[in-house]
Design a protein around this ligand. Sequence first.
Ligand code: PAF
Length: 288
Amino acid sequence: MQLITTVEEMAARREEWRAAGKTVGLVPTMGYLHQGHLSLAERSRQENDLTVASIFVNPLQFGPKEDFGRYPRDLDRDLKLLESVGVAAVFHPEPSEMYPPGFDASVEVGGITGVLEGAARPGHFKGVTTVVAKLFNIVGARRAYFGQKDAQQVAVLRKMVRDLNFPLQLVVCPTMREPDGLAMSSRNVYLSPEERQAAPALYRALQAAAQLWQERPDERSGPALRAAMENVLAGVPLGKADYVSAADPLTLQEYAGAVPPGQGALLSMAVRFGSTRLIDNMPLEGAG
Ligand code: PAF
């Protein structure tokens, strides 16, 4: 496995692989990998000749009061894990390599970036789309792999790829969960033992709303779905919800009343446990 730290070297490999007719899959990460990331790499390995994983804690997507400085990092461990799942190369640039002096461009998607995570974290998605657009250009992959865990990120990136005609396919892989239902996240390490014990409440809340959706299809509404999630979270004093959402999966606008027949819903939430902010979501299919 090659470790590549400069844009120039990554571009040289990209051109070699292109000349050799190899297809490349890209797995963008911020490191401190867990099984969720590895499942993306494994999927990419099945579908492409070569897989490149990027490890870059992107300063642009963190707000001034967020956890950029303390975001967990362990490059040696990450490299071993990526090698074990057959990744061909890891792109691990310094911030100054990605954003050299004079860097002054950005990529921004409108509309769906103004709600949910976008409303709670101003500038976050502009940082994500800017770095992901750069990674797409630098690596030149045919496919790029993201987790459903970041549902809004996926929706925003889909829009960016479509609106700006990036010549690649975005592949979305299921959220990986701990045995008790907690969605895997690099930020789970911040949780105290008590918070960790309480954190699976997010999944239980999503399940409660999904059960309502399945059992009472005639009563599907935004308020009922949100109430089902809020009821579960209310029993967890350690967690404070930033938002609880039952929204149109395409526009991410909240359902104010009944869900139109045949339409799906995206359930999502952000909950704070002390200084740790966890997110989770569950897409619900319209039919049935
Ligand atoms: O999902 C993440 O880890 C990040 O937002 C990403 C896509 C690697 C961009 O920095």
